[in-house]
Design a protein around this ligand. Structure first.
Ligand code: GDD
Ligand code: MG
Length: 352
């Protein structure tokens, strides 16, 4: 069975972080985001090929995963000549005349859904399409999906307005689709699976089944959610590497150097080749990427720092996110909700 990961979006809501790092490979702790999805797909022995459907900065993604051998999977890359939207991209990646079921994932969702269970439901119901739903507080940023008590999908409404919200279950961005149902998607044309394909299944009364999952699920597409996923893994709300049973504690690479007199308060993550100087304090929810330097008496209070960032002495960083190779000068004070792109320089004594 083939799995298609939709990983071609521009990640515009995560700019400037995604200017040089496409969303599917933004780091979560020490690993590219899509590694979590690939691990989930490995739970299904029938999946023999993972197709990454790409458009934005495909080379960067290919460099990270190669042929998939390091992760024990087979990865193939399909690059659209221009963005075809979610439906057009699936059609393009599935190739001509697909048959049998294909697994599709939005490339920015993280979840512990029981994927073999979803496939089992699809087979048991002999569904033409099966969609994973998840409950959320506010469905307006998602695809609203209504199902009846027998789990048949009755309505799909992408990005509903306030007065259209009739339930709290949304499209979790995970589908099992029978290949021949893709014939309703025009080839080589921009087409939305949410606005075109799903409504068409309902209109034609196809067997379209919902699998509602109430466990962990998040779309990392905004800065708030990107930070949230780190907090959830550190706190153990979502049980995942690199924390697992170490949730709530400080996870420190054996290749990091923490000088005596530095204070580390978990939960936090300190990656390889990091140097933390004496008197520095790393507070809860901080994530210090590989090769970062934290100077004397600096304070990192919940910041996520991508690799190779330099924090000079007496700097104080709130819960910000900073890209690669940033520099924070002496005595700077940078508050939360700041997002800095790669190579940003905050000069000595600056306040943001
Ligand atoms: N290859 C390719 N080409 N991929 C694309 C394209 C494209 O033209 N456009 C978007 N994608 C990928 C994105 O990279 C992302 O992984 C996925 O498709 C979904 O796109 P988003 O831009 O993240 O959509 P969204 O988050 O607003 O809404 C979607 O996801 C929600 C769940 O997180 C919809 O599917 C909603 O219905 C759903 O609730
Ligand atoms: Mg998204």
């Amino acid at each position: 069975m083939k799995a298609i990961l939709l990983a071609g979006g521009q990640g515009s809501r995560l700019r400037p972080l995604t200017l040089n790092t496409p969303k599917p490979i933004v780091p979560i702790f020490d690993r590219p985001f899509l590694r979590y999805q690939i691990e989930l797909l490995k739970q299904v022995p029938d999946i023999d090929e993972i197709v990454l459907s790409l458009n934005y900065q495909p080379k960067r993604i290919e460099e990270v995963f190669g042929d998939g051998g390091d992760l024990g999977v087979t990865i193939r890359y399909v690059v659209e000549p221009n963005p075809l939207g979610t439906g057009g991209a699936i059609k393009f990646a599935a190739g001509p005349k697909p048959s049998g079921p294909v697994v599709v994932f939005n490339g920015d969702v993280l979840t512990s859904v029981d994927l073999p269970g979803v496939i089992a439901l699809h087979r048991e119901r002999q569904a033409r399409a099966t969609i994973v739903l998840t409950p959320v507080d506010n469905p307006s940023a998602y695809g609203l999906v209504e199902a009846d008590p027998d789990a048949n999908v009755k309505a799909f409404l992408e990005k509903p307005s306030a007065d259209q919200i009739s339930c709290n279950t949304i499209n979790a961005g995970i589908y099992i689709l029978e290949g021949d149902t893709l014939d309703r998607i025009p080839p080589d044309t921009a087409f939305s699976i949410e606005r075109g394909y799903f409504p068409s299944l309902i209109e034609h009364a196809e067997t379209f089944v919902a699998y509602t999952y109430r466990g962990y699920w998040i779309d990392i597409g905004t800065r708030e959610k990107y930070q949230q996923v780190h907090h959830d893994i550190m706190s153990g709300r979502f049980n995942a590497p690199p924390f697992h049973e170490a949730s709530g504690t400080a996870v420190i690479s054996p290749d990091a150097r923490v000088d005596p007199g530095a204070v580390i308060e978990g939960p936090c993550f300190i990656d390889a080749e990091v140097v933390i100087k004496s008197g520095a304090r790393i507070g809860p929810n901080s994530v210090i990427g590989a090769h970062c330097h934290i100077g004397e008496d600096a304070q990192v209070n919940g910041a996520i720092l991508w690799p190779h960032t330099w924090v000079d002495r007496n700097a104080t960083l709130g819960p910000l996110v900073a890209g690669r190779h940033c520099q924070f000068g002496r005595h700077v004070e940078v508050g939360g909700s700041t997002v800095l792109g790669d190579n940003s320089v905050v000069t000595d004594f600056s306040r943001l």
